[in-house]
Design a binder for this molecule. Structure first.
Ligand code: 5AD
Ligand code: SF4
Length: 374
């Protein structure tokens, strides 16, 4: 029996697909090379922008043909799209050939669900689960091992769907993270360990006793073994001096920070609920560069947030020009149902979003060319 997993979205999803693979192999499935030869196909979905959802819908729709050919084919859809109850219902209604719709919190129960489907039931589930539940992984990212340190997000940036589909911040216990990393190191196959969380800088604030992200980093670096440590994603409002110092002083930590700015304009940052100003952001960048001169810094930007004027976009452009990021990800704002920004007046036409995104990408190209020359 063969499985085939299709993954959309961020590294968190890539890592969750490793859990899915682990579960399926535990049930006796082997990895298949194509959808056609699979007995079970799992779509691990992303909901961050409309484009991501559209791709999933199109590709799930195409599975109908396969299901016609092979009546025993099991189709499961999981990930961020399915954690939204409305979308999950819509998926089930539009594509009645889907067997399992399972939200992000319930992956550990996937095996149980597959067994139930084999007995002829269609299932859906969205309730919350336990983040420290131990799952078998099938690590698939070469010499990099992903380690999840926390789930969820408490920030409610007004454009973002993540807090709704991933719930509130829940940190894993430090002892469980250290145990997992010791096992990874003992396996001897991995050179790099990447810690994952939507907002790693607030790691441990929900634990009793509380523990800081800086302390976690130090404790991991103190483990024996030859490995490089990196992490994502950082939120500028929570990136402490202590964390910058640890990155500077620990040889094991990669000199790299992904620090999404989103905008360079204070009015828009406020509307986004980012809780820092342009000045504060630039100050953090200066601090990083002063303490870690070789540090690579990358960023995310959203253009065309509701009511963003040309001048306000120019502030974003100017910030990117000043910082000269090693690379940037620029996104056109995409309204997500249920978020505050999606209900704001002054939505920006796509044509303008395209112009702005292209300007930022052209700037990035120019900077990279200059840096390469240097
Ligand atoms: N529209 C466009 N981009 C978004 N991002 C998050 N939500 C949206 C949205 N609604 C971007 C942010 C974030 C990255 C992962 O995706 O820049 O940092
Ligand atoms: Fe979304 Fe903001 Fe949380 Fe990042 S910090 S996941 S952008 S709400």
């Amino acid at each position: 029996m063969k499985y085939f997993i299709v993954t959309y979205g961020c590294q968190m999803n890539v890592h969750e697909s490793e859990k899915i693979a682990g579960i399926l192999e535990g049930l006796g499935y082997e990895e298949g090379k194509t959808r056609e030869e699979a007995d079970i196909i799992v779509f691990n979905t992303c909901a961050i922008r409309e484009g991501a959802e559209d791709r999933v819908l199109g590709n799930v729709g195409n599975l109908k043909k396969l299901k016609k050919k092979n009546k025993n084919l099991i189709i499961a859809v999981c990930g961020c799209m399915t954690q939204k109850e409305q979308t999950a219902q819509k998926l089930m209604n539009t594509f009645p050939f889907i067997d399992i719709v399972i939200g992000t919190f319930n992956l550990p129960k996937l095996g149980y669900y597959i067994e139930a489907v084999k007995k002829g039931r269609q299932l859906e589930l969205f309730s919350e689960g336990d983040i420290d539940e131990v799952l078998p992984y099938k690590r698939t990212s070469g010499d990099n091992a992903w380690v999840n340190i926390m789930q969820g997000c408490n920030n409610f940036c007004t454009y973002c769907i993540v807090p709704y589909v991933r719930g509130r911040e829940k940190s894993r216990k430090e002892e469980n993270i250290l145990k997992e990393i010791k096992e990874i190191v003992a396996e001897g196959k991995y050179k790099k360990i990447t810690l994952l969380g939507q907002n790693v800088n607030s790691y441990g604030q929900d634990l009793t006793p509380q523990i800081s992200f800086a302390k976690l980093l130090k404790d991991i670096c103190a483990l024996d073994g030859d490995f490089t440590l990196s992490f994502m994603t950082s939120h500028p409002k929570d990136l402490t001096d202590e964390v910058i110092d640890v990155i500077a002083s620990e040889d094991k930590i990669e000199k790299y920070i992904h620090l999404p700015a989103q905008s360079g304009n204070n009015r828009i940052l406020k509307l986004m609920n980012r809780k820092y100003t342009r000045e504060k952001y630039l100050e953090i960048i200066d601090k990083i560069r002063a303490k870690i001169p070789s540090c690579r810094i990358t960023s995310d930007f959203i253009v065309g947030f509701p009511t963003e004027s040309d001048e306000e976009f120019n502030d974003t452009y100017d910030l990117a020009e000043r910082v000269r990021f090693d690379s940037i990800f620029a996104f056109m704002y995409s309204p997500r149902e249920g978020t505050v920004a999606s209900k704001m007046e002054g939505q920006i036409p796509d044509k303008i979003k395209h112009i702005r995104v292209n300007k930022l990408l052209a700037l990035e190209k120019k900077i990279q060319k200059e840096d390469n020359k240097r």
